[in-house]
Design a protein around this ligand. Structure first.
Ligand SMILES: NC(=O)c1ccc[n+]([C@@H]2O[C@H](COP(=O)([O-])OP(=O)(O)OC[C@H]3O[C@@H](n4cnc5c(N)ncnc54)[C@H](O)[C@@H]3O)[C@@H](O)[C@H]2O)c1
Length: 364
């Protein structure tokens, strides 16, 4: 496929979903696995988080080639202690094993009021908001602490080299018949994927997010992509660093997985996530007004006079909802480089040229 003269493509959500699903079916996934992976990746793009969307396919395909990603692998219960479940992802697709881990935790939280789930050794579990939304769809509150085991990119507060991953934190509050509130972010100041985008475009990043190999602040994204390597900094100085550290310890250690240190550094294409999730049934609290109180708060903060260059005040999860509504109409934008890489991954997966061409024809 020649993408040289192709400007950013717009692909209808359902076409992109079918293409992604077909790629993984050709690679050897069951139809259910292929569907769960496509559900997750396409929804990440739809939510505006391209760094965790279909652009991950080439990396996953490389991890499969390395023998790291294990297709058609299911979450295995290591220990069932009632309200605490320890689950092994066995390097299965994170989109499958995290889904299954949440299914188990949801079922248990509905029965007991609360369930803590430790999921370890999952291949990349992507956009953590996806798992919080799965819990919220079942009417449950959830908190998620995640580490990216053995893959350091972020410097500790006061340090000058990369010692841990972009460790995401996520929390969600369900609302009856409406979209939940979902807070979901990497604890680095900016996501690693944003430095890649800036590097590829030849532009600088905003000040405050990067240091070079000597610890000197820089706006050059190349420090993340060319030796000598620099580091991302944690969001919010010592507070963000502290949250990242607790994500590492809750996600990596408490789950029975592993944290990032000398003996766990990983140089393969695999991305291994460990996650500790706490899933709570809000109905178990004596709080019949909880949702009304949350609504009153949302209304209150939205009534603040607007700062310059701001057209509205949003709450966590709202930017993603706005983006989904927009892309449902306009299609999902994919840049030519990413589209070419996905095409190459489809070839690697064994998809026949005629089938690939069929998907290309569906482009807007
Ligand atoms: N699996 C992994 O290893 C891994 C690692 C790091 C990040 N991630 C994922 O990457 C994704 C992107 O992370 P990020 O740090 O770039 O996210 P981000 O900086 O875009 O922040 C997103 C969060 O901030 C909220 N938000 C954004 N703008 C807002 C506004 N104006 N008002 C109110 N709320 C607002 C969003 O609703 C969302 O909850 C996340 O989904 C995260 O889970 C995954």
């Amino acid at each position: 496929m020649n993408t040289e003269n192709m400007s950013e493509a717009r692909i209808p959500r359902h076409t992109l979903h079918a293409y992604v699903s077909a790629i993984w079916t050709h690679a050897g996934s069951t139809p259910r696995e292929a569907q769960l992976v496509a559900d997750h990746l396409v929804m990440a793009n739809m939510s505006g988080h391209d760094s965790h969307g279909v652009g991950m396919i080439p990396r996953y395909m490389a991890s499969l080639g390395d023998g790291e990603l294990k297709l058609n692998t299911h979450a295995g219960i290591v220990r069932d202690a009632g309200a605490v479940l320890t689950i092994d992802g066995k390097k299965g697709f994170g989109q499958v094993v995290a889904y299954e881990a949440m299914e188990r935790g949801i079922e248990r939280a509905k029965k007991l009021g609360v369930c803590a789930v430790g999921l370890r050794n999952a291949h990349h579990i992507g956009r953590i908001g996806h798992w919080a939304e799965q819990c919220a769809a079942a009417g449950l509150v959830s908190f998620h602490f995640v580490n990216v085991a053995g893959d350091p990119l972020v410097a500790p507060f006061g340090g000058i080299d990369r010692r841990f991953g972009t460790n995401p934190f996520c929390a969600a509050f369900p609302r009856d018949g409406r979209e939940p509130l979902v807070l979901d972010f990497a604890t680095s100041g900016i996501a690693y994927g944003k430095t890649r985008v800036a590097y590829n475009k030849g532009v600088k990043v905003e000040p405050g997010y990067l240091i070079d190999h000597a610890g000197v602040p820089t706006v050059e994204p190349k420090v993340m992509h060319e030796a000598p390597f620099g580091s991302l900094t944690a969001m919010g100085a010592h507070k963000g660093y502290g949250l990242a550290a607790m994500c590492e310890i809750f996600g990596g250690a408490l789950s029975g997985g592993y944290t990032t240190h000398e003996s766990t550094l990983d140089t393969t294409n695999a991305i291994i996530n460990c996650m500790t999730s706490v899933i709570v049934d809000p109905k178990a609290f004596d709080a019949p007004d909880a949702e009304a109180e949350a609504d009153a708060f949302v209304e209150w903060v939205k009534a603040s006079p607007l700062a310059a260059n701001t057209d509205r005040i949003m709450v966590p999860g709202e930017p993603e909802r706005v983006r989904r509504a927009e892309l449902e109409v306009k299609g999902v934008p994919i840049d030519p480089t990413t589209w070419q890489q996905i095409h190459d991954a489809a070839v690697t997966a064994g998809m026949p040229a005629a089938e690939i061409d069929g998907y290309m024809k569906a482009l807007r």
